[in-house]
Every structure is written in C-alpha cells, then in structure tokens.
Design a protein around this ligand. Structure first.
Ligand SMILES: *Cc1c(COP(=O)(O)O)cnc(C)c1O
Length: 478
C-alpha cells in the first residue's frame, strides 16, 4: 500500500472517555431534574427581552471549545427561561402535550447507540419495536390487521404524507382536476400540504360548518355533485377529529357514508383528538374514525411525548407502500413479507431518528392504563372549566367541550362587536399577565375568542382552579 503524506495524525477528540460521558450526563441531569421539579412554580410564559437576547447570541462558528458547565448555565439560566413554558401545568394554550421524561431517556439511548431503523435489515428487532408501536396506535383507533403507518416529526408531515398518498392512489399522473373537500375549520397544515402537493388553491373546497363547528355534510355532498358536473374530479375529503380552534369533531360516520357512496378517500386529521379513542367518551365522540382511509395522530399532543412525534396510519397499508416505494441499487434488499417493515418504503424519509423507542418505552414501562386515565382526567377538567365559566356573569361559551377544549368570550350588552373583541383581548392579556396559566385566542367569524385546551399530563384541578380564579378576577377588573 502506498502511503502519502500523513499530516493530521489520528484524531480521537470526539471519542469521549467513559468518565467524561458519565459526568456529562450527570451534570445535565442535575439541571434537568431541578428544572422539572420547579416547573409548577415557574412562570408559564416569559419572552420579555427575547428579541435582544436572540440577537445577542449571533456569533461566528467557534474555533475554540467552551466548558460544558458554562454551556449548561447559558441554556438553563438564560435561554430556557425566556420561552412559552410548554411543559408547565399551567400551559393550556394552543394544543399542549407536556413532554414525558421517559421519552427523553429513550432518545438518549436511541441517539447514543445510533442504530439505523430506515430499512428492516439494518435493525430487524428495533424496526419491530416501532412496528409494534404503530400496531398499538392502529388498535387504539380500531384499524384492521392490514393497516400500516409511520411515525413522523408531527401532524403537519403526517397530513402531507396522507395527501400525497391519496393523490397517488386515486388520481392519474395529471391530477390538476382533483378536488379536495375540507371544512373552514380545518388545520392550516392541510391547506399547506395540498398546495405543496401541487393542487391549485381553487381546487380546495372550503365547506361551511354548523353552529357547533362541524362540517356541513349536506353542503359538502352538494358541492361534490356540482363539481363533478363541472368536470372536476372529487377524490378526497379531509375531516377533523378535534379542531384546533374549538375542538370540534366532524360527523365521522356521516362522512364515511358519503365517502363510500361517492368513492372518495376520507382522511381524518385527528392530530389533537385521536388518542381520546383510549377513553369511552372519546370513542363515542369519534364514532366512525375506523372507517377513514387514513388518520393523522400526534403523540406529541395527547400522548404527552416531546415535540417531534407525529404519526400517520393508513387503513389499507399497501396503498401507503405503493405510493412511496422507489428502488435504489445501493440499498440492502427490501422485505417481501408485509409483516417485516422497511419504513423507508412507507415514508418520504430514508435516514431518520429511531422515533419508535420514545413511544415504546413509556408504554412498556407503565402500560396504557395511565394514558387512558390521564385523558379521562382532561375530559373532566374541560367540562369542569366550562361549567365554572358559565357561572361568570356575561361569559358566553362559544364552543362547549367536545373533547378537552372550551372556547369562550366575555359579552357586554350594548357594546359593538369591535369593542367586545377589544374587551376580550384585554381579558386575555390580564389573565396571562398573572403567569399562572397561559391561554391563547382565536378568531371565529370575526369574533375574538379565548380558549382553554387541557391536555398536559401535568395539568390537574388545582391549576384549573387557578385559571378560573384569574379569569374571574380579570373579568371583575374590566
Ligand atoms: C397540531 C395540529 C396539526 C399540526 O401538527 P404539528 O404536529 O404541529 O405539525 C394538525 N392538525 C391538527 C388538528 C392539530 O391540532
């Protein structure tokens, strides 16, 4: 063998000795445990000075290293506190989830061993753990054995994959006449997915909702018939099982009937609501979910996992595989047996993190029982909050909880719509200024509406009582 000039030497700087690995984890763990134990007393949101802080961090690529303790100080003392505290029990804004610690431990293991789960052959048993997780999800929503799915980074990517799968399985190569039916309450990620999948905006048919914010199935049907007559190709209905605005669940049975009659693909965006299928009340609210062709679920919402965990299930798993299979010479052989899953054949991704472990570990450690009970607790808390809000003079419940979300606003006689909106903006500011709970608002037909979404595993009655105290006292002061 010829040896050329050898200048750099053998570089082992990034291979850590065992005592350094241990010490890094110990030092980080000290901060993490202190942080998690102090969560209930931390402000539920504080981004004051955030812009100046962000700008002060801009720097050139470092040539020199910095001691680990200094970096932990920076993170835990200066940067992490200046955030929406999405892990706090008082975070009842948007759609919370909390972030289970078990999943963080699973990630540490998964990242440290760094195995490859994109193809079955590279880690057959680990791929099977992830396939188990997806089978459990399929069981939760009542899907048959031939269902398959993937774990994604979130609900948006799941919706995107669903849309492309429906397009590839139902439309010809030139799909520009394909029409998609959605309610005007659908999550914006569905619209984004449709546009990115190549559909012109005019092919998205936004259907009005009833007073309880469910899609008007009758109007939807009329629109499909009219579009067919006009030469369009209706192919996809996207329903919501828990909208972000009000938590509304569409009539899934009715939509499944309609999709069957009209031979359309039915996708249900159950990113927020889907895991309530673990509860009796959830199964009642989402009857018909198992008849959908595909379902988006977001474990980083109602399974309380850390951000970066979404999922898509497809009832006929073969359609998902057919839509995503592309051959490459440099990959190892793929499996013919449908029980042995090569995830890259079902997903747009090839290399990716071993996401399955962060779901598998907490399920195996605890069993599904605590998840079921926590979700029941959330349903109770939302009902409790709605009942207490109703007792406040002038408080109007805009959307009763269909799951764990209640939308409301303060109304005062004689005020213009504009003034009422102002009043509610001030109400929101005052409640959030107390920093015990963090609420967000939305706009419904021009009305500014506040919402409480109870979903974190850390949120219990004491925090909901604090929320109601703060809402009552803010109302009194307006
Ligand atoms: C959160 C949410 C999404 C988007 O999911 P991400 O995980 O944030 O990408 C889509 N649809 C609904 C109904 C949601 O609640």
């Amino acid at each position: 063998m010829e040896s050329g000039p050898w200048q750099s030497g053998e570089v082992r700087e990034l291979e850590l000795p065992s005592e350094v690995m241990r010490s890094m984890v110990d030092q980080a763990m000290d901060r993490i445990v202190k942080h998690i134990e102090s969560l209930p007393g931390q402000p539920v949101s504080d981004v004051s000075g955030g812009e100046a802080l962000a700008r002060s961090l801009v720097e050139a690529m470092p040539e020199q290293g910095t001691p680990f303790a200094d970096l932990l100080d920076l993170l835990f003392e200066r940067l992490i506190p200046k955030t929406f505290n999405t892990a706090s029990p008082g975070y009842i804004a948007y759609i919370p989830g909390g972030g289970l610690f078990h999943a963080a431990v699973a990630d540490l293991i998964a990242d440290a061993v760094n195995r490859y789960t994109g193809v079955w052959m590279a880690a057959p048993a680990l791929a099977q753990l992830e396939a188990n997780v997806l089978r459990w999800f399929a069981d939760i929503i009542g899907y048959p054995p031939q269902a398959r799915g993937i774990l994604t980074t979130g609900g948006s990517m799941a919706n995107s994959t669903a849309l492309v799968t429906a397009r590839r399985s139902r439309l010809p190569e030139n799909f520009l006449s394909g029409a998609i039916y959605l309610s005007d309450q659908v999550h914006h990620s569905v619209i984004k997915a449709a546009l990115l999948a190549g559909f012109p905006e005019r092919n998205l048919r936004l259907i009005p909702v009833s007073p309880d914010f469910r899609i008007r199935t009758d109007l939807l049907h009329e629109k499909i018939v009219a579009d067919r007559r006009d030469g369009l190709t209706p192919f996809l209905i996207v329903a919501s099982a828990g909208t972000t605005n009000t938590g509304a669940v569409d009539d899934l049975e009715g939509l499944a009937d309609l999709a069957a009659v009209e031979k359309l693909w039915l996708h249900v965006d159950a990113a927020y609501g889907g895991f309530f299928m673990l509860t009796e009340r959830g199964r009642k609210a989402m009857r018909g979910l198992d008849r959908a062709d595909s379902v988006t679920l977001d474990p980083h919402k109602a399974l309380f996992l850390p951000y970066g965990t979404g999922s898509l299930l497809v009832r006929d798993g073969e359609t998902l595989r057919r839509s995503h299979t592309v051959h490459a010479e440099y990959l190892p052989p793929m499996q013919e047996d449908p029980d042995l899953v090569d995830f890259c054949l079902y997903s747009p991704e090839l290399s990716r993190s071993f996401r399955g472990l962060r779901v598998w570990l907490p399920f195996k450690l605890h069993g599904v029982g605590p998840f079921r009970r926590i979700l029941d607790e959330k349903l109770d808390l939302a009902e409790w909050a709605a009942a207490e809000l109703r007792k406040i003079p002038g408080m109007e419940i805009v959307a009763n909880p269909q799951l764990s979300l209640v939308a409301f606003r303060l109304a005062r006689k004689g005020l213009s719509e504009h003034k009422v909106n102002d009043l509610n903006e001030r109400l929101l500011e005052k409640v959030n200024a107390r920093q015990r709970v963090f609420l967000t608002a939305t706009s419904l037909a021009g009305r500014f509406v506040l919402r409480i979404c109870v979903l974190s595993f850390r949120t219990h009655l004491d925090r909901m009582q604090a929320a109601l105290e703060d809402i009552r006292s803010a109302t009194d002061s307006l």
